[in-house]
Design a protein around this ligand. Structure first.
Ligand code: PGA
Length: 233
């Protein structure tokens, strides 16, 4: 079971240090893998404060080249140098607002894995695609560009459930996760309005192997409550 907190564009270094110190104090050893994903400017702080704990730190994006003329991007070797464990790629907000495509997601994932980072690759259908009965087509297209790797996990994040408070029902999540696993044999996390009060039911589904948590990962208490729900699942 893996619980990853995607902070998105929240928490500079100071807030990150505060959060990670509290996490370090309150996190209990368990068989759940816990990851926090701060913005790039706060990665070094998170790595430093969480050193010696079981909590890993991942970036929210990573470029496919080692270095070069790519303003605003960060490479896998740079993340490795910081002591970062992995990276999210293909989040729907990047696909929606920053022109990320299935091809660029695939390139980012491949380069990160080759550099020794773990990767959380996000997939998920929009509300319109689900209503049109195209969920499986979208997932097939997004997953088809990824290759199996022991350090790759997929996060199923239905776009209509992200930050909306509309969580997929556990049955619907289970169905999508089982479908994704017929395409690619990797662990699949669920993401989209995961909260302390719905986590146990979602994480209790047989093909839900963890969660990628946005809003509810910004407070230590709610993030830890989700981690505890994972321990019991
Ligand atoms: P949310 O975000 O939990 O705030 O819906 C999830 C995500 O985008 O990873």
């Amino acid at each position: 079971m893996l619980i990853a907190g995607n902070w998105k564009m929240h928490k500079g270094p100071e807030e990150t240090a505060h959060f990670c110190r509290r996490l370090r104090e309150h996190a209990r050893p368990s068989d759940v893998d816990v990851v926090v994903c701060p913005p790039s400017v706060s990665l070094a702080t998170a790595v430093q404060v969480l050193a010696g704990t079981d909590v890993a730190v991942a970036a929210q994006n990573v470029h496919w080249d080692d270095e070069g003329a790519f303003t605003g991007e960060v490479s896998a070797p740079m993340l490795r140098e910081l002591g970062v464990y992995g990276a999210i790629v293909g989040h729907s907000e990047r696909r929606q607002h920053f022109g990320e495509t299935d091809e660029s997601v695939a390139r980012r994932a491949r380069a990160a894995l080759e550099a020794g980072l773990s990767v959380i690759a996000c997939v998920g259908e929009s509300g319109a695609a689900r209503e049109a009965g195209e969920t499986e087509d979208v997932l097939r297209r997004q997953v088809s560009v990824l290759e199996r790797d022991e350090n790759l996990v997929v996060a199923y994040e239905p776009v209509w459930a992200i930050g909306t408070g509309k969580t997929a029902t556990p049955e619907l999540a289970q169905e999508a996760h089982a479908f994704i696993k017929t395409l690619l044999d990797v662990p699949v996390l669920y993401g989209g309005s995961v909260k302390p009060d719905n986590a146990a039911e979602l994480l209790g589904q047989p093909d839900v192997d963890g969660a990628l948590v946005g809003g509810a990962s910004l407070e230590v208490d709610s993030f830890l409550a989700i981690c505890r729900a994972a321990t019991r699942s």
